[in-house]
Write a protein that binds this ligand. Structure first.
Ligand SMILES: NC(=O)c1ccc[n+]([C@@H]2O[C@H](COP(=O)([O-])OP(=O)(O)OC[C@H]3O[C@@H](n4cnc5c(N)ncnc54)[C@H](O)[C@@H]3O)[C@@H](O)[C@H]2O)c1
Length: 418
């Protein structure tokens, strides 16, 4: 099924650009809009860097042209960021700014779909009232994005979607749009609030389960039980267990941010999300836990932390991509430098502009201790004997083989494994 409609995607980042590229292959009239002139130029020049393999392929083969101006369209899809401010409260300004771009060109019966992650109630309580001074009979729907950058299988074209509308017409039009766009199921929900809540629940599910594993890892470590072996063992149960992994910290624009949207929404509704707050606290403390782990291990070697050369491997929050948003690596580096007075150099093969050295070899050559913050393929596949000159390896992602490292005579610590 193809729909003969004009589509405008607003916000061309991790979420919006793959969507716009896909839409450009399915709809004759698809436009992309971003407020960043640089981003627009890089997309039009095809020099933009994309971590998403599916979108990278589309970029080469489609004729999508993007600009900084919104023109009137049958459907507008808002994919702008939804960050939190310094008090961890939702910062709605990018969404409202995107709506300001739409309002002057909005016409009756046009559909606005919000893909940005919002808290339950935001479309009805904030977005619809904000659009009302356009004096147009608009339709409003929410379809939460589920992209997983770096995933070799799941991409914008095949991930199932859920949609909710402010009324049935909006939900049906959004349902038709996504049904024509993707090669997967689209589920129409009974309310826009349910669609908003679905996304928040998905991200909170990950945050609290990772927090649980981070807590178990810290307890098991004291009992000399290997948390990785235990999680792998529990995963042999064919039902009712889903593995999540402990680590140096969670990052990215979703898991580290969205729970705060729900916490704030709960607060406004008179509900205190104790469980969510605890999960956030545990996960936010993992960088300092990891730095303390490194300090204790150095002390066991009779080395002070002050002045020791620590090579931090990985700046992105996730393996094999170059996304640094909310990455725990920066917290780790700050704490190592300011609180522990260590000498620190960082390297990330995906973020050479912010790396202090040009290669992993150079990092190892310089360092006394290596702290792995990101499980990029490069470090996982690195010849283990090259680590032999180090005194200590702290594996913040449990991605290296402890026994191989110890057999080199190098001290090893993981998150929840000795
Ligand atoms: N990155 C992910 O893995 C992911 C996954 C699921 C959901 N989300 C959600 O999707 C939304 C977008 O995230 P993202 O990762 O694509 O963000 P991003 O930072 O990669 O991209 C956002 C883009 O929007 C542009 N922009 C900002 N304000 C704008 C405005 N007012 N008008 C037009 N363009 C504007 C920016 O210049 C940028 O290019 C967020 O709400 C996020 O929570 C992200």
């Amino acid at each position: 099924m193809q729909i003969n409609k004009t589509i405008t995607i607003i916000g061309l980042g991790y979420v919006g650009l793959p969507l716009a590229l896909l839409a450009a292959t399915k709809f004759h009239n698809c436009r992309g809009v971003d407020i960043s002139e640089r981003r627009v130029r890089e997309i039009n020049d095809r020099t933009v860097t994309i971590d998403d393999f599916f979108a990278a392929n589309l970029l080469r083969g489609t004729s999508l042209e993007v600009s900084t101006k919104v023109e009137t369209s049958d459907i507008y899809v808002v994919c702008v960021p939804t960050p939190v401010n310094e008090r961890n409260e939702p910062d709605l300004s990018p969404v409202l700014l995107a709506l300001d771009l739409i309002k002057p060109v909005l016409k009756d019966n046009q559909l606005i779909i919000v893909e940005s992650t919002v808290y339950p109630g935001m479309c009805e309580d904030v977005i619809a009232p904000y659009l009302s001074d356009s004096h147009k009979k608009f339709l409003l729907a929410h379809c939460p994005e589920r992209v997983n950058p770096g995933d070799p299988h799941w991409h914008v074209g095949n991930i199932p979607r859920v949609v909710g509308g402010i009324d049935d017409d909006a939900a049906s039009m959004a349902f038709d749009f996504y049904s024509a766009l993707i090669d997967s199921n689209v589920k129409k929900l009974n309310s826009i609030r349910s669609a908003e809540a679905t996304k928040v629940l998905e991200n909170i599910f990950r945050d609290v389960n990772i927090a649980l594993m981070n807590e178990m890892a810290q307890a098991f470590y004291r009992m000399d039980i290997d948390v990785v072996e235990v999680i792998q063992a529990a995963s042999t149960k064919p039902f009712a267990f889903m593995p999540h992994w402990p680590g140096v910290g969670v990052g990215g624009h979703c898991i580290a941010v969205d729970p705060y949207y729900m916490i704030e929404k709960g607060r406004q509704a008179g509900f205190d999300h104790e469980f969510l707050k605890l999960a956030r606290k545990i996960n936010s403390n993992m960088p300092i836990y990891t730095v303390n782990l490194l300090q204790n291990a150095l002390n066991q070697l009779g080395m002070p932390t002050q002045g020791v050369k620590v090579g931090v491997y990985g700046l992105s929050y996730k393996a094999n991509i170059g996304d640094v948003r909310e990455s725990p690596s920066f917290d780790v580096i700050k704490k190592l430098k300011t609180e522990k007075k260590a000498a620190v150099k960082a390297f990330d093969p995906h973020i050479l502009s912010d790396s202090d050295v040009k290669s992993l070899d150079e990092l190892i050559e310089w360092a006394d201790a290596l702290l792995v913050c990101t499980a990029h393929n490069e470090i996982v596949e690195y010849p283990i004997q090259k680590l032999a000159k180090l005194k200590l390896v702290v594996d913040g992602r449990n991605c290296l083989n402890p026994e191989s490292i110890k057999s080199l005579g190098v001290k090893y610590k993981g998150i929840g494994r000795n």
